[in-house]
Design a protein around this ligand. Structure first.
Ligand SMILES: [Zn+2]
Length: 273
């Protein structure tokens, strides 16, 4: 599943090719992808709209148009491709946008879990789903006091709470493990038991880990050709997730299930108390 750094990488790549382009035509082959509009309205509204700017909020990708904001979540397997419209459509390409430069932006999703929302310009942050998304990791309002307050009374493992997009946005399963490892916090420690110091470490680790991942995406993406897929899977150089031994102390990494998700940690570096 693409996480914040991957979505940021997709955004940075797509904006190079899409800013200033006008959408000439749209086709929807799997209408369920369009969450808050009928297929016909979606197509009608998007025709002749220019892509002015791109943005990211949590794991959501946002296309700012002349009169609308298109909000897209890739979920498990969603990817954008820029192709020649003459190229035959594959069965996983569900939405296509023909551009004024003769290229076609195609949304491909083998699992079909991705969703697109189209809003009149300016309201997307006040509407579902984005009105429920918490602070960005680099938001100044994200402080240890804020986290401590949010975690108060939460008798749930911190690993699970980190995945809750309504507190801090953009952290998925893989980076949650990495963040807890760098913060020396055991994934099963209850959120309510975290000290202010823990919260401070969490924020610093989140910014560092996600920042580095974006940087890596940024360097890898330079070799990308426009016709190739833009999917931003740059989850290399992981410290603990899916690893055999701790990179700090050489202890074998343990794998447990927390809230239904695979969780990796070092029992020596990440103590419960
Ligand atoms: Zn260790």
């Amino acid at each position: 599943m693409p996480e914040l750094p991957e979505v940021e990488t997709v955004k940075r790549t797509l904006e190079r090719y899409l800013i200033g382009r006008k959408i000439v035509n749209v086709a929807v082959y799997y209408p369920k992808i369009i969450a808050n509009q009928t297929k016909d309205d979606f197509i009608r509204h998007l025709k002749n709209e220019k892509i002015k700017e791109m943005d990211r909020r949590g794991k959501w990708l946002i296309f700012h148009l002349d009169h609308y904001d298109l909000v897209s979540h890739l979920r498990m397997e969603g990817k954008y491709f820029l192709k020649n419209p003459k190229e035959e459509l594959n069965k996983h390409e569900h939405v296509t946008f023909l551009l004024d430069n003769g290229k076609e932006l195609r949304y491909q999703d083998t699992r079909k879990f991705g969703r697109m929302y189209l809003f009149p310009k300016g309201v997307y942050l006040e509407e579902k789903p984005l009105n429920e998304v918490g602070y960005e990791p680099w938001d100044n309002r994200l402080t240890e006091t804020y986290l401590k307050e949010k975690y108060r009374g939460k008798k749930v493992p911190i690993k699970t709470v980190l995945l809750d997009q309504s507190i801090m946005a953009g952290i998925g399963n893989i980076y949650a493990d990495e963040i807890l490892f760098v913060s020396h916090i055991h994934p099963l420690k209850l959120a309510s038991q975290l000290t202010k110091k823990d919260c401070c470490s969490l924020i610093q680790a989140t910014r560092m880990i996600l920042g580095e991942a974006i940087e890596m995406g940024g360097t890898t993406i330079r070799s990308y050709e426009s016709e190739k897929g833009v999917h931003g899977r740059f989850q290399q150089h992981l410290l603990v997730h899916n690893q055999k031994f701790c990179s700090t102390c050489d202890t074998p990494i343990e794998r447990i299930i927390v809230g239904g998700r695979s969780t990796y940690f070092c029992s020596h570096c990440q103590k419960k108390r």
